[in-house]
Design a protein around this ligand. Structure first.
Ligand SMILES: *Cc1c(COP(=O)(O)O)cnc(C)c1O
Length: 405
């Protein structure tokens, strides 16, 4: 019975061009990556525009060396959860360094390292979103924030994308003793940004807190790569900040930065923190090197190059989108969505690019709303200008072929 049901569901997915399949990478995360099947002989090198390795640190020699050094010093695994015996010096050093970064933006900041951003979001929303509290959630929030809100005992109210007026109304009508605004900073499938300054004004007016997920801003935004709070020049005790460390920082894990009292509460009560084995200390050790690169001159240069590539890509894409009838999302970040609409059309375009040696993910529902299937093009500082020109050329060809067909 179960198997028949699941087979039916799979057929339905297939009919709607919603089947997902995994590809196997044979080499490191980099613009040119060998991708294929498990058979070594059947991999081809593709020019990829779909990772979130925005600064190109996932394959950086210094980060790799630090990872190896960390493994030699601390071993391969942590052996236990943080509260038992898995908390290492590397984890502690990482938290101390991040606390230094966040001191200017969050008074009395302390930080807490998690295995993944998904778990950090589950932890924050369940530990703070207790019965009686209300979570005010942006509709385009990342799945991990949505799942955290589902698991929390708090009431959940949603406000439309970017709609600060609607949020103001909801906050004004709420009698909840604990109001928590929950938002992505950079929206993961659209690349646009939350109006964080306006959200902070609302939080102050209505005595609310702001849980902000900067997965796509940390390392990339701000003069020193400290993320969205640095970029927008915002500072407040009301921020509960989540940064992830598997994207621009190139390794794995995530952290929460918040007032020390909040962090102490998470250490003692957040189940996704307490009941899981600590991430390998080597990852934390490697991240110390990532952070040094992000904050230093090399990070500055990588961000400047990335900004240059974003402008180059947008210039070409906006012309192409206008003639092709695609919609280029309104994004200034490394995430550039080319909205095609139909699931099958997005898949076909992605397949056409792959036939020409370029890998761009087709993103379909439920990750994005129905009717907004898209190519999610992401850029990295390790791309070259020539890489971007090649993508634009191949997209123009794909469009020309579609017209001819
Ligand atoms: C990737 C992502 C996460 C999850 O982070 P992981 O470390 O990959 O689990 C959370 N929020 C947003 C907005 C993301 O894009």
């Amino acid at each position: 019975m179960l198997l028949e049901q699941l087979k039916l569901a799979a057929e339905e997915r297939h009919a709607r061009a919603l089947t997902r399949r995994r590809r196997i990478a044979h080499t490191a995360c980099a613009p040119h990556q060998a991708v294929g099947e498990a058979d070594e002989a059947r991999a081809e090198s593709l020019l990829t525009f779909c990772s979130n390795d925005y600064l190109g640190l996932a394959n950086h020699p210094d980060v790799i060396a630090a990872f190896a050094e960390g493994a030699h010093r601390y071993g391969a695994g942590s052996g236990a959860s943080h509260l038992v015996s898995g908390h290492s010096l590397a984890h502690a050093q990482l938290e101390t360094e991040l606390a230094r970064w966040f001191a200017p933006y969050i008074p009395h900041a302390r930080t807490l390292y998690f295995c993944t951003g998904y778990m950090a979001n589950m932890a924050v929303l369940t530990a703070l979103g207790t019965a009686g509290a209300t979570l005010f959630c942006e509709t385009l929030n990342h799945a991990s924030l949505i799942d955290g809100a589902r698991l929390a005992r708090a009431d959940v109210q949603r406000y439309p994308h970017g709609a600060t007026g609607a949020l103001d109304t909801l906050l004004a009508a709420s009698t909840s003793p604990l109001k928590l605004i929950v938002t992505d900073s950079v929206f993961s499938m659209d690349g646009d940004m939350a109006p964080l300054k306006a959200l902070l004004a609302l939080a102050e007016r209505h005595d609310a807190w702001i849980i902000v997920d900067d997965a796509h801003g940390f390392g990339v935004l701000g003069e020193s790569g400290h993320g969205v709070l640095e970029a927008l020049g915002l500072a407040s005790e009301r921020f509960i900040y989540i940064g992830t460390l598997g994207k621009a920082a190139g390794v794995a894990g995530a952290f929460v930065a918040a007032h020390e009292t909040i962090i102490e509460h998470l250490v003692n009560t957040a189940r996704p923190y307490i009941y899981t084995t600590a991430a390998p200390p080597a990852a934390a050790h490697a991240l110390l090197t990532s952070l040094a690169i992000i904050e230093g001159e090399e990070g500055r240069q990588r961000r400047a190059h990335l900004a240059h590539l974003i402008a180059l890509l947008r210039g070409g894409l906006s012309q192409l989108a206008a003639t092709a009838g695609w919609v280029l999302g309104d994004s200034d970040t490394a995430i550039q969505p080319l909205i095609v609409g139909d699931n099958g059309a997005a898949l076909a375009l992605s397949a056409m690019l792959e036939a020409d040696g370029i890998r761009v993910g087709a993103i379909r529902p439920p990750t994005v709303p129905e009717g907004t299937a898209r190519l999610r093009i992401t850029l990295s500082a390790s791309h070259s200008e020539a890489d971007v020109h090649r993508l634009l050329g191949v997209l123009a060809d794909a469009f020309a072929r579609r017209e001819a067909a």
